[in-house]
Design a protein around this ligand. Structure first.
Ligand SMILES: [Zn+2]
Length: 413
C-alpha cells in the first residue's frame, strides 16, 4: 500500500468548490457556525461522502460522522476530521483543509479499492472557531465530555439566537449521544497557522504537543488624584504599576525560551482622563508554553512579581488566574512521523500554538496532528493561503498515518 497517493488536483478542486460557500470579496470565507452557509457546506460534505458510499450519523451536538466500513467492523474506527466553520473574516483553509483532506483520503481508498482492517470515519466538528457561540472547540469539547451538552446547546449568539434552534434549522440537530462512538485513533490535518514550517523550509509538521495556556484578569487599585498638584513621590498610580507588569510579562516570556509566550491584549484604565492619575486598571494576561513545568514556573514568576510590586508601592494588585488549559500530548504522532518519512517529505517536530479539535480528542483516544505550511504564517484572515502541493503532502501523510493506525489496531486486537 506504500505506493498509494492522493489526487492533488481533486483535493484542490474540492477546497475551491467549498470556498465558494460564504466567499468574501477579499478572497476569504465567512461561514459562521450553524448559519445557513454552514448548513450548505455541511450538505455538500455529506453529499460527497454519500457519493462514496459512506453511512452518515449526526449527534446531538451537530457533529457529523461519515463511516466507511472496514474488514472488521468490531474494531474501533480510525477517525479524521476538523471543522467547516470560519472566523468572520476567515480564510479558505483553516479547518476546511482538515475536513476535505479526509474526503480525499476516502476517495483515494475507494478509487484504489483499498480495504482497511478498521472502519474509517470522516468527521465535521460543530463550532470550532468559537466566534458566533462560545467557547471554541465546542462540538469536540462536548464529544469528549469537557462541556455539558445541554449547557452548550442553550448558548446564544449576539442576537439571542439559540444554538439548538440554529442547528435544527439547518438540519443538523442529530439524535446520537455525543461520545458514544467506538473510536480507536483520531487524526487532524491543519494548516500550521504560524510561520515556523515556512521559515524552516519543511513540508510537514509532526505535532507532538498542544501548548498549555494560562489566562488571568489582573486588576491594580491605586488612588485617583490631580495630575497637576500631586508630587511624584505621593502618588498611587495604578497605570504605572500595570505598565510594569506588562513589561514583566514580556520579560517572563523571553526568560523562558524557546517557547515561552506572554501577551497583554486588553486594558481598561479608570477614569481614563488626561488630567487624573489613574486609580484603577484592569487588564488581561496570557501565558503559554507547551511544557507544563515551564508554564507553571512562568505562572509563579508572574504571581511573585505582582505580589512584590504591590507591597513596594502600596497598591492592591489582584491576580485572578481563571483558566488553565493543560498542554496536550499527541500520542499518535509517531504514526504521523512514520508516514512523513515513508513519503519522503521534509518534516520537523512542532507544537500547536492554537487550539484544535484534536487537542480535545487526545483526552480520549491516541491522537495525531499533521501541520502543513501556510503563506507567511498568516491565518484567521482572508488572505490565508497555501499551495496545492502543500495540501497534497499533508493529505498523503494523513492517509498513511491512518493506514498505519489501522494496521496496528488489527495487531492489537
Ligand atoms: Zn482551525
Amino acid at each position: 500500500m506504500n505506493h498509494l497517493r492522493v489526487n492533488k488536483d481533486r483535493l484542490w478542486q474540492s477546497l475551491m468548490t467549498m470556498a465558494k460557500i460564504g466567499a468574501t470579496e477579499k478572497g476569504g470565507c465567512k461561514r459562521l457556525a450553524a448559519t445557513a452557509l454552514d448548513g450548505q457546506a455541511r450538505d455538500l460534505f455529506v453529499k460527497w461522502c454519500k457519493d462514496e458510499g459512506c453511512t452518515i450519523s449526526v449527534d446531538k451536538m451537530g457533529n457529523i460522522f461519515a463511516r466507511r466500513a472496514g474488514d472488521n467492523n468490531d474494531l474501533p474506527a480510525v477517525v479524521t476530521g476538523s471543522h467547516l466553520d470560519t472566523q468572520p473574516t476567515g480564510g479558505r483553509f483553516d479547518g476546511v483543509f482538515g475536513v476535505l483532506a479526509g474526503l480525499e483520503v476516502l476517495r483515494t481508498l475507494n478509487e484504489n479499492k483499498v480495504a482497511t482492517n478498521a472502519p474509517f470515519e470522516f468527521t465535521v466538528w460543530t463550532n470550532e472557531e468559537g466566534s458566533r457561540f462560545q467557547p471554541a472547540m465546542q462540538g469536540s469539547g462536548v464529544y469528549v465530555g469537557r462541556f455539558d451538552l445541554e449547557t452548550e446547546l442553550n448558548k446564544t449568539d449576539v442576537d439571542g439566537l439559540v444554538l439548538r434552534d440554529e442547528l435544527a434549522k439547518i438540519g443538523y440537530l442529530g439524535n446520537e449521544e455525543p461520545g458514544s462512538r467506538n473510536i480507536g485513533a483520531f487524526f487532524e490535518t491543519h494548516i500550521e497557522q504560524g510561520p515556523i514550517l515556512e521559515d524552516e523550509d519543511k513540508m510537514i509538521g509532526v505535532v507532538r504537543l498542544g501548548q498549555g495556556i494560562r489566562w488571568y484578569d489582573i486588576s491594580v487599585t491605586g488612588r485617583e488624584s490631580h495630575a497637576g498638584s500631586t508630587p511624584m513621590h505621593l502618588r498611587f498610580d495604578a497605570l504605572l504599576a500595570a505598565s510594569n507588569i506588562v513589561t514583566e510579562i514580556n520579560n517572563i516570556a523571553h526568560n523562558n525560551p524557546p517557547n515561552g509566550l506572554g501577551t497583554v491584549g486588553f486594558m481598561d484604565v479608570y477614569p481614563n482622563s488626561r488630567n487624573t492619575i489613574p486609580g484603577s486598571v484592569k487588564f488581561s494576561a496570557d501565558l503559554r508554553n507547551p511544557d507544563p513545568e515551564v508554564l507553571a514556573k512562568m505562572d509563579k514568576e508572574l504571581q511573585g512579581y505582582c505580589q512584590q510590586l504591590g507591597q513596594k508601592h502600596n497598591l492592591d494588585i489582584d491576580v485572578d488566574h481563571f483558566w488553565y488549559f493543560a498542554p496536550v500530548e499527541f500520542n499518535a504522532s509517531d504514526n504521523v512521523k512514520i508516514a512523513a518519512e515513508k513519503m519522503g517529505y521534509s518534516h520537523m517536530d512542532i507544537f500547536a500554538g492554537a487550539g484544535h479539535d484534536a487537542c480535545y480528542m487526545a483526552d480520549i483516544v491516541p491522537s495525531g496532528m499533521v501541520f502543513t505550511p501556510c503563506k507567511d504564517g498568516i491565518s484567521h484572515a482572508e488572505i490565508e493561503d497555501t499551495t496545492a502541493e502543500q495540501c497534497e503532502a499533508g493529505c498523503n501523510v494523513l492517509m498513511h498515518a491512518m493506514l498505519e493506525a489501522s494496521n496496528k489496531m488489527q495487531m492489537n486486537s
